[in-house]
Design a protein around this ligand. Structure first.
Ligand SMILES: [Zn+2]
Length: 131
């Protein structure tokens, strides 16, 4: 029996991870007030509606903040130290967290980034590449 949990099986966030595996970058849109949101939630924090549709959003944004890890958050990341995790304000509005692809120069708040979707460390996730 496998028994391994996959983020795709998560009842709330599963469609986000399934979209990544299909090459689609998605967020939830409230069917009542049309607000876009990330991370996935079971209800709208603005109007409290539970009616939601997953929609594709532009995979581009701007670094709002970032932190450089000098200790691995997970053992599987030990070989990548130091690595950077950024909070990105999407051009479509929501903020999304993800690791940065190592680049030629240190990142800065305000840098433009593009999402790379894939399985990194065996987990469907988004990484950000400075544009
Ligand atoms: Zn709403």
């Amino acid at each position: 029996m496998s028994g391994d949990l996959s983020p795709v099986d998560d009842p709330v966030a599963g469609p986000f991870f399934a979209g990544i595996l299909e090459g689609r970058f998605t967020a939830q849109r409230c069917n009542s007030c049309e607000a876009l949101r990330w991370p996935p939630l079971s209800g709208c924090p603005d109007c409290h509606s539970r009616s939601t549709t997953w929609v594709e959003v532009a995979p581009t944004g701007t670094i709002w903040s970032f932190v450089v890890y000098h200790r691995a958050f997970q053992a599987s990341l030990k070989e990548e130290i130091p690595y950077t995790v950024a909070m990105v304000e999407l051009d479509d509005g929501p903020y999304v967290v993800g690791r940065l692809v190592p680049g030629d120069k240190p990142p800065a708040v305000g840098d433009r980034v593009v999402a790379e979707l894939g399985e990194f460390g065996g987990v469907p996730s988004v990484r950000w590449r400075t544009a």
